[in-house]
Design a protein around this ligand. Structure first.
Ligand SMILES: CC(C)(COP(=O)(O)OP(=O)(O)OC[C@H]1O[C@@H](n2cnc3c(N)ncnc32)[C@H](O)[C@@H]1OP(=O)(O)O)[C@@H](O)C(=O)NCCC(=O)NCCS
Length: 151
């Protein structure tokens, strides 16, 4: 059985994230921004999934208390359908609980049915639609998760 580990992203992960973002989305935050996020941005919470020590996915988020935002999420193609996306999202949700975040938001393309299903299973709800949000004029769905604040 494979061992799946979720850990903080560090500098050594930047080339992997950059390459995969380009492959999967056709664009990336860019290596310089990714280095900055990992090294200097105190609001950033970035995590990497490892399967038997191999990089398999990533999630990037910003904690702008009392809210937080998912910036990006992917699971490398060979590893999809193994709960890794859910685990990465759960890691961010746990950090939000610890930091007393009240609302976690994200944007997703209406055509991205897998991602939408996953977000709904995690408890996200549709907030509203942002018209012509993406470069190809596709709308974005803004989804929100209300976080239970632990006393
Ligand atoms: C969306 C993504 C992150 C999901 O990651 P994943 O590790 O494959 O997802 P999980 O295994 O945790 O699956 C969660 C749910 O998503 C849905 N899902 C995932 N893969 C699926 C597939 N191949 N077929 C149908 N449903 C699927 C299912 O509802 C699944 O829940 P279930 O296991 O209870 O059926 C991944 O597909 C991906 O990287 N896609 C490209 C990048 C992207 O779209 N990122 C999100 C941008 S908003």
């Amino acid at each position: 059985m494979s061992e799946i580990v979720i850990r903080k992203m560090d500098m050594s992960d930047v080339p992997y994230v950059y390459k995969e973002e380009l492959k999967i989305f056709g664009k990336s935050l860019g290596e310089a921004t990714l280095y900055h996020e990992v090294l200097h941005n105190k609001l950033s919470k970035y995590f990497i999934a490892l399967v038997d020590g191999k990089k398999a996915g990533y999630v990037g988020s910003w904690l702008t208390i009392p809210n937080a935002e998912i910036l990006n999420l992917f699971v490398s193609e060979d590893y999809r359908g193994n709960n890794i996306g859910t685990m990465l999202m759960n890691k961010v949700i746990r950090v939000c609980e610890e930091e007393k975040i009240e609302l976690l938001t994200l944007e997703v393309r209406p055509s991205n049915k897998y991602a939408i299903t996953m977000y709904e299973e995690l408890g996200f709800e549709l907030s509203h639609r942002r018209k012509n949000y993406y470069k190809n004029n596709e709308d974005a769905l803004l989804m929100v998760l209300k976080i239970e604040v632990i006393a």
